[in-house]
Design a protein around this ligand. Structure first.
Ligand SMILES: Nc1ncnc2c1ncn2[C@@H]1O[C@H](COP(=O)(O)OP(=O)(O)OP(=O)(O)O)[C@@H](O)[C@H]1O
Ligand SMILES: [Mg+2]
Length: 376
């Protein structure tokens, strides 16, 4: 759909997914987000770009969200938010302060008519037309695993670790500093570009060979990455192979990406375990890395030999192939739900919000028991 149509159409509903690194938004009629922008706004005092997730206080977050929503509606979407519904795709682990402030901004500042809040892990399955799956979201700040069984997220089985783009960038920086000087002040977007263009996930057999000191073949060629006009950064073959290893190395508690998945499976009913192992759904930008899926499968198979996971009695792991890019799989699910009657049935209306003064939340027992009608 072209931009001029959005200016004239009355029925467009915005679908918004605000991540720690990227914000995706578009309309319920779209197959992909119209725009993916960085989740950052320019600070009025310092004129520097600030990430939304780096807020200092509730007021600071409020101001940043007012700015971000303004950019989304008036620079890109080109429609007025007033008296329109909006679909928000959010992580089930989203901090209460963030979701409450976002609701305040949308209802009080921009006067939207209603908000449909959808859990990202659940809606990510919508494009697969499947109601059971183990959803693994590896984004920028963290990796979150939540099993979804027959359309219900199994909350007691959730697993989260700070394994994502941010962690990989700091690991890459320390690896690069061994062969380059003056890396400490390298802006993060350069690290991200080096990571995406030059680095990849290697096989587990190759890692064993490298550790044993007898690799079967030489490392991939070094890359000279041009930086700041005349300067350059040397990205050695070893660094290219090693950058993503941080995701698969166990920490002091013996936890890593593969153990998170197996721990989540361990916490669900025995009858569902094999089904979840055969319905792994990877979402989030980091899973788009070359070799990520193949290596994760190897690591999962390897972990099954561990005594802790022998009880699982799992024979095979299978991954779904999404009909879209993984970094906007949850957004697409939000657009699918937002295009159905679900929007009018389950959205939180402005009247309800003004009466209750907060968004219903799954962690709040009062909200779970609350039978107050939330219809428009
Ligand atoms: N093709 C790619 N290859 C490797 N990494 C990628 C690719 N595309 C995006 N990424 C990385 O994915 C990360 C962002 O993923 P995503 O957009 O899912 O995060 P987010 O939703 O903003 O964050 P979070 O889910 O933690 O709140 C960034 O670190 C980015 O560098
Ligand atoms: Mg995300």
């Amino acid at each position: 759909m072209s931009t001029y149509q959005s200016l004239s159409s009355e029925k467009l509903t915005v679908v918004l997914d605000i991540g720690s690194a990227f914000t995706r938004f578009g309309f319920t009629t779209d197959f992909a987000p119209r725009y993916i922008i960085r989740s950052e706004v320019r600070c009025k005092k310092t004129n520097k770009l600030r990430k939304i997730c780096d807020y200092d206080s509730a007021d600071d977050l409020y101001d940043m969200l007012v700015e971000l929503i303004h950019i989304i509606y008036f620079k890109y979407a080109l429609i007025s938010p007033k008296d329109r519904p909006i679909v928000i795709v959010e992580s089930l682990l989203c901090p209460t302060l963030f979701r409450e402030t976002l609701a305040k901004v949308l209802f009080l500042q921009y006067e939207v008519s209603s908000i449909l809040v959808l859990p990202s892990h659940l809606v990510a399955l919508a494009s697969l037309a499947n109601d059971t799956g183990l959803v693994v979201d590896v984004g920028y700040k963290e990796a979150v695993v939540i099993p979804v069984c027959h359309g219900l997220p199994i909350l007691q089985a959730w697993q989260a670790l700070p394994l994502g783009g941010e962690h990989i960038h700091s690991h890459l920086k320390s690896l690069l500093s061994s062969s380059n000087t003056g890396i400490q002040n390298l802006p993060e977007n350069f690290l991200e570009d080096i990571k995406v263009r030059c680095c990849f996930v290697t096989k587990s057999s190759r890692v064993e060979q490298l550790e044993g000191g007898k690799p079967e073949y030489a490392p991939p060629p070094d890359v000279v990455y041009p930086y700041a006009g005349t300067e350059s950064i040397l990205v050695t073959g070893k660094v290219r192979e090693k950058t993503f290893e941080i995701l698969y190395e166990e920490d002091n508690d013996h936890l890593c990406l593969s153990t998170m998945i197996l721990d989540a499976i361990l916490k669900v009913n025995m009858d569902l375990r094999q089904k979840l192992a055969e319905n792994l759904v990877l979402i989030g930008g980091t899973v788009m890395t070359l070799g990520f899926k193949a290596r994760l499968k190897e690591e999962l198979q390897k972990q099954l030999n561990n005594d802790r996971y022998k009880v699982l009695n799992i024979h095979e792991f299978k991954f779904h192939t999404l009909p879209c890019k993984e970094n906007y799989a949850a957004w697409l699910g939000g657009a699918i739900y937002g295009a159905t009657e679900f929007l009018s049935m389950k959205a939180i209306s402005k009247d309800f919000y003004l009466r209750e003064k907060h968004l219903p939340d799954w962690i709040n027992l009062k909200d779970i028991n609350n039978t107050v009608s939330r219809t428009l």
